[in-house]
Design a protein around this ligand. Structure first.
Ligand code: OGA
Ligand code: MN
Length: 274
């Protein structure tokens, strides 16, 4: 069975066909997948039968895995797997993270060394809704007017949490979360391409007035997920979707809570954005 790589969108996303990720891949096949991942930012592999240990083994070929701090949401016996789920235990307590970010973000950009890749495997999905949206930040950068490219070059933003991203935090708790600084434009270490690096965790542009920071962030919010750079993933059970947090923003969407959405996530460690 020959492997196929089919673009899903002009700017972001490709589907890999003809592979069985439940078996170890040879070097050449893996290298082709890895290259497609960096180039397309999002890879979709449908109809995979991926028990936790196989998802972990495949993900680990991209680099060391992160274990999520929300240890109550780890899959029993497999701390590398974070549950995204609205299933509940016998006491009605959620088994996993119910809400993984219904706003544009790149994973844990409020940390010094944000995640590189997030790999989400659909175990059970609702009949409709719960799509995930991906916006190419290579394309968002390329589409910036020249004066904005110049204006943003060299600027950094403070990334942290706020009421939108952490609605359950009190003002005092939010104030206690120390933010981290990252460049607004980063260079992808594998492709050399420039990408916009902002999202909803970017709270303040540094070394400019508050008014100018507000103006820049408002411009970026209008710009970073224009329709023509967004791929919408409509989930089927047994899909594996992998995204490169260095070159896409993503956004979860609503679904009818009477249905189950149950996913296994592995996360590959990244590097400090430059
Ligand atoms: C995530 C995330 C989106 C979704 O896992 O980081 O944002 O649609 N997931 O579940
Ligand atoms: Mn996310």
């Amino acid at each position: 069975m020959a492997m196929t790589i089919t673009k899903l969108h002009d700017h972001v996303g490709a589907e890999i066909g003809g592979v069985d990720l439940s078996r170890p891949l040879d070097e050449a096949t893996f290298a082709a997948i890895e290259e497609a991942f960096y180039q397309s930012s999002v890879l979709v592999v449908r109809r995979q039968d991926l028990p936790p240990e196989r998802q972990i083994a495949f993900s680990q070929r991209f680099g060391p895995l992160e274990v999520h701090i929300l240890d109550q949401y780890q899959l029993a016996g497999h701390p590398e797997i974070l549950l995204l789920s609205n299933k509940t235990d016998a006491d009605g307590k959620p088994l996993g993270l119910v809400e993984a970010g219904r706003y544009w973000h790149t994973d844990v950009s409020f940390t010094e060394v944000p995640s590189m890749g997030s790999f989400l495997y659909a175990v059970e999905i609702p009949p409709a809704g719960g799509d995930t949206l991906f916006a190419s930040q290579f394309a968002a950068y390329d589409a910036l007017p020249q004066d904005w490219k110049e204006r943003l070059a060299g600027l950094k933003a403070l990334h942290g949490l706020n009421k939108t991203t952490a609605p359950k935090f009190t003002d005092a708790q939010l104030a206690s979360v120390k933010g981290v600084e990252h460049p607004l434009i980063r260079t992808h270490p594998k492709t050399g391409r420039k990408a916009l690096y902002a999202g909803t965790f970017a709270l303040r542009v540094l070394d400019v007035s508050e008014a100018e920071s507000d103006e820049i962030l408002a411009f970026l919010r209008d710009h970073w997920a224009q329709d023509d750079i967004v791929y919408r993933h409509r989930w089927q059970a047994n899909d594996l979707v992998m995204w490169d947090n260095r070159s896409v923003l993503h956004c979860a969407t609503l679904f009818d809570a009477r249905f189950i959405r149950h996913m296994h996530r592995t996360t590959v460690a990244g590097e400090k954005p430059v």
